[in-house]
Design a protein around this ligand. Sequence first.
Ligand code: SAM
Length: 242
Amino acid sequence: MGGSGEAIRAKVRERYSIAATGRGSCQDDACCASGYSSVELVRIPAESVLGLGSGNPVRHARLRPGETVVDLGSGGGIDVFLASGLVGPGGSATGIDMTPMMVARASTAAASHNIPNASFVLAPIEKLPFPDAHADVVLSNCVINLSPDKPAVFAEAFRILKPGGRLVISDVVQERDLGAIEDDCGCVGNAMVREEYLKTIRTAGFVGLRIVEDRPWRTGPNGIDASAVTLVARKPAQEVST
Ligand SMILES: C[S@@+](CC[C@H](N)C(=O)[O-])C[C@H]1O[C@@H](n2cnc3c(N)ncnc32)[C@H](O)[C@@H]1O
């Protein structure tokens, strides 16, 4: 999947409008890989589970009651609902997604299951509708690889986190520059090469970056083409003076 930023976003939106109907998950098996236990899945609305993630970032987020969580590219809401249960009624979890049908599906699930501390907002993850220092935790699951402007996504995540706030994301990275490849899903075709991706996160200001899960995502004749990584990083507790 190549093209200009807007063309990429339009294609992604089109694809995930179909996925929001519960059909059309990626044909790539790895794309439907799920890292959730049955214990986790029974706690959340079944309609939020669309099999679109690349990991389970909530499991690594150490969420505490009362925390404010933002999920970038929330899809059907799976990670928002898991997070809302862990932060409890004194906390909140908000999903951001640019596909209207995804936001509608997740919002309907929140209302029909009476989960008031889970909400969903239609917006691009490159321009988040929150003030500075709003969130304790920013999550994302198999989304940033789709963005045509990854530095803007990490800059926005950094901006909306409180000092000391955590970034916990699962995503797909290329293991070498794959060039223009056939990739309907977009998860691999738009992904960054691993080292560049990690550098982009650090350049945004994040520190303490640790990869907590790492597994092959797509393998070709030359070995592993792309991997699914889950990583944790944080915004420094104090402003770094320059
Ligand atoms: C692969 S799905 C993952 C959904 C969810 N995180 C999960 O694990 O099930 C990608 C989601 O991100 C959304 N998305 C992709 N690019 C986006 C962008 N630039 N801004 C906002 N949402 C985006 C899509 O609409 C879709 O719902």
